[in-house]
Ligand binder design. Structure first.
Ligand SMILES: N[C@@H](CCC(=O)N[C@@H](CS)C(=O)NCC(=O)O)C(=O)O
Length: 229
């Protein structure tokens, strides 16, 4: 298996979507070969017929989109530990993925967007500024300057997650699985590029993040990034 993953300068793997897939692959017991992609390496991923990572190449199969990859892994490797459980679990996971993408990623991106820029390889910097300024409608530094407010929105968005941890240690229940990786990608995205504290230390989500960082022999915790405080 080969995983095409986004990387910035000095081996900082910051993509939230790629982290979902790395964690999902580890959960399934797979260690793919890793292909490093920078924002400007579009020609190297053109074979997939689209321009985003993660992309998983498994023999003759080319699968892109982190959610589609997770579904593919469960369908193709049912004897390995499951990510979503059953058809109902997969159905609910679709909702959860859309919720994280639409409700959690936004305020978090506002907290770290300039920090992402700072950690990009030089060749990707202009592309990032142009594409993101056009998308967000403001200079990146200006967006990040409001992060004391954005982080409050981010923490508020996590209310259902926090309440879940009053009942169970992981989003998937007693042990981590697909939905935990879907949300955790966002936290790793921030940690890899930014020292900004996005959670308070007494937040149950903070303790969950600690547990996630330690999974799979510290796969995410050992990756280059800032200490979580
Ligand atoms: N829905 C996709 C989103 C993938 C995505 O947006 N990937 C970003 C990396 S974080 C990317 O490749 N962006 C390339 C670009 O913006 O040019 C997934 O879940 O995999």
């Amino acid at each position: 298996m080969k995983l095409y993953e986004l990387c910035g300068a000095d081996g900082r793997y910051f993509s939230p979507y790629c982290w979902r897939t790395r964690m999902a692959l580890a959960h399934k017991g797979f260690e793919p070969t890793r292909e490093i992609i920078h924002f400007c390496d579009k020609d190297r991923i053109a074979f997939s017929g689209q321009d985003k990572v993660p992309i998983l190449v498994d023999g003759d199969h080319v699968v892109f989109d982190s959610h589609a990859i997770a579904l593919y892994l469960d369908e193709t490797y049912p004897d390995q530990p499951s990510l979503f459980g059953d058809a109902i679990g997969s159905g609910q996971a679709q909702f959860f993925t859309q919720w994280v993408n639409s409700t959690v990623h936004g305020p978090l991106l506002h907290c770290v967007i300039q920090d992402i820029f700072e950690h990009l390889d030089d060749a990707s910097k202009d592309y990032f500024v142009e594409s993101r300024t056009a998308r967000m409608g403001k200079p990146l530094a200006e967006i990040q300057a409001g992060r004391d407010q954005s982080v409050l929105k981010f923490r508020k968005a996590l209310t259902p997650v926090r309440l879940t941890f009053n009942e169970q240690p992981y989003l998937a229940g007693e042990t981590p699985a697909g939905p935990d990786y879907t949300l955790f990608g966002a936290f790793q995205w921030a940690r890899v590029v930014s020292p900004f504290p996005i959670l308070e230390a007494d937040d149950p989500v903070f303790a969950w993040r600690e547990r996630m960082l330690g999974l799979f022999d510290g796969l995410a915790g050992k990756a280059l990034g800032y200490p979580v405080i």
